[in-house]
Design a protein. Sequence first.
Length: 422
Amino acid sequence: MSYQYDTVIYNVRIASMQDSEVPYGELLSHAIALKDGKIAALIPSDDSLGEIVKQAKSVIDATTLIPQNEGGTLKHPWLLPGFIDCHTHLVYGGNRAEEFEMRLQGASYVDIAQRGGGIKGTVEKTRCADERTLLNTAIKRAKRLCEEGVTTIEVKSGYGLDLDTEVRMLRVAKSLEQHLPVSIKTTYLGAHALPNEFAEDADGYIDFVCEKALPYIASQNLADAVDVFCETIGFSTSQTERVFSCAQEHGLPLKAHVEQLSDSKGAVLAAKYGALSVDHIEYLADSDIPHLAQSGTVAVLLPGAFYYLSEVQKPPIDALRAHNVPMALATDFNPGSSPLASILTAMNMGCVLFQLTPEEALRGATAHAASALGLHDRGVIEAGKLADLTLWDIETPAELAYCINGHRPAAVFKEGKQVQGR
Ligand SMILES: [Zn+2]
């Protein structure tokens, strides 16, 4: 017998995260039908649920997935889109716990750099790490995100800087999909820092990125996007522009780390090139925001780095809101400035440190995070989108951003298959 649906999940309250008059795009008392890894239909429970259930190969009463609710007597659990962590650097060698310890014992940044710490230390350790070692540590880190209901992760290269290591990082990132129930989007971030072999020759390094590395990475389909660290301590706007135009020649979408430590006008440049996102943006000038609104560029907020570096300059949230620039939120998971393996904590930090509303924080880790990656097939609960779903034993979606380490999903579905929960 052939069924119209693979799975029907009923007794759920849905936070669809669609643009809607109602908070969280909520749909009370609905069932959801899944087929071939996608959402086939959203069905109000007062409709002929009995009929629909007969057309499904498997049927799940969501209340039975909640622990200590054997009889299914609790209120209906909430169903949300799977989270999307749209900015991470989670493939790297070693970690910087020792450096953290040294700093808190009073060592200066110069002391740490002299003892081989900082980003150069991570580059060294990443270059030395073989594929297996990089993969095993990356699996551990990505798993922490998945346990919280993350179903898509963006991973950047940028700790190899030479071609071999950058390629290895991107391959390792992509192969996480074979080990965890997650989609991976890779980003080539060659222009992250200046490697020792190009000391004092940033333009020479940009030549290497544009003439050798990027064309090879594009030809091997190793990256879904290209990113640049445009900053006084990173690369200038003219160097950034060279990488942007080279990436566009190779048909790769753009992202950029901009205005994290200074107003370098990277966001305006990124908007001019139609970048998918500008990330960090603490020092973004209000007057530059209309450029983002016009180009449809997403503002990616990274409160983990803001917190970890004890920054004080906040991104211009009110002005972004006023111009309807979509705001995404991510962990920036990296060893130096944001060793944060928790999208839920990033949401809490977005609310506490940047005064996002819990709804904005949730939208930032779902619908707007999808836009920051140029993905139109996920991030909201809607017929036709991927069936990447999380189920929560909560009274209101605001609880997810409110509580610190208070929640894990009762169940996670990746492309229609249940991958977590009982
Ligand atoms: Zn970053």
